[in-house]
Design a protein around this ligand. Structure first.
Ligand code: HEC
Length: 207
């Protein structure tokens, strides 16, 4: 069989395939092979949608929905919110169940990454940025300087920030924040021991 005898029917066949899938009317589809591959049978995010009253496919979550894994924080970013957190907020974490040494090591590591450059490794307010006078007024965690802070107020300040100190909410999960609180309390007791509390003890209430 010569080459042209094979090629002619073959190209006719290929031509047929292409011509059946074309149509003069550009607004109408002709034959579609496997249409679901390029036309999704489900509604796309921004498709109009006859099912919902507002005609949109992308619906807002119902009021009061909580994203998976997100822990709501009900204390507002205000002086009243700070006062309430100081008085009532206590750690929901059950750290006792975990190995104490691991907890202390993790708390210290997180603190070193996120807080040391301002507050100093010892929590004396003398981090590298304080030494270089990039930030002023960074307090020591000692009882003489901050007599009233509690685990709740520390968590609150990490979450929202305070004056020159920025919020760390976007960088730290709730659990990481509570771990850092643990290390701040530990440093606080190193600077100014509280005879009524064990070093680094969570859930301690202060007078
Ligand atoms: C950019 C520097 C900076 C960083 C980083 C920083 N702080 Fe602060 N922090 C400050 C300053 C400044 C203040 C004083 C705020 C004020 O009272 O005006 C402060 C205040 C505080 C206070 C006392 C708040 C109160 O109740 O009066 C605590 C507790 C605290 N920081 C904890 C932390 C922890 C924990 C971290 C790490 C997650 C951290 N800070 C990171 C600068 C910083």
């Amino acid at each position: 069989m010569s080459l042209s005898k094979t090629l002619i029917p073959l190209s006719a066949l290929i031509g047929l395939f292409f011509f059946t899938s074309c149509k003069r009317d550009k607004d109408q589809t002709a034959l579609e092979y496997m249409p679901n591959m390029y036309r999704s049978p489900s509604y796309e995010t921004y498709d109009p949608n006859p099912v919902f009253a507002d005609g949109l496919s992308a619906q807002l979550p119902p009021v009061g929905s909580v994203p998976r894994g997100y822990v709501p924080y009900e204390y507002p970013n205000s002086q009243a919110g700070y006062d309430s957190a100081l008085a009532y907020l206590r750690s929901p974490m059950r750290f006792e169940e975990t190995d104490r040494e691991t907890l202390m090591a993790e708390s210290k590591e997180l603190y070193t990454i996120f807080c040391s450059h301002c507050h100093g490794d010892k929590g004396d307010g003398n981090g590298i940025l304080a030494q270089r006078e990039k930030f002023l007024g960074i307090p020591s965690y000692g009882r003489d300087r901050l007599p009233n802070i509690t685990e709740g107020s520390i968590y609150h300040v990490i979450t929202y920030g305070k004056n020159l100190m920025g919020s760390h909410a976007s960088q730290l999960t709730e659990e990481e924040r509570w771990k850092i609180v643990n290390h701040v309390l530990y440093l606080r007791n190193e600077i100014s021991p509280d005879p009524n509390a064990k070093a680094g003890e969570m859930n301690q209430t202060e007078a």
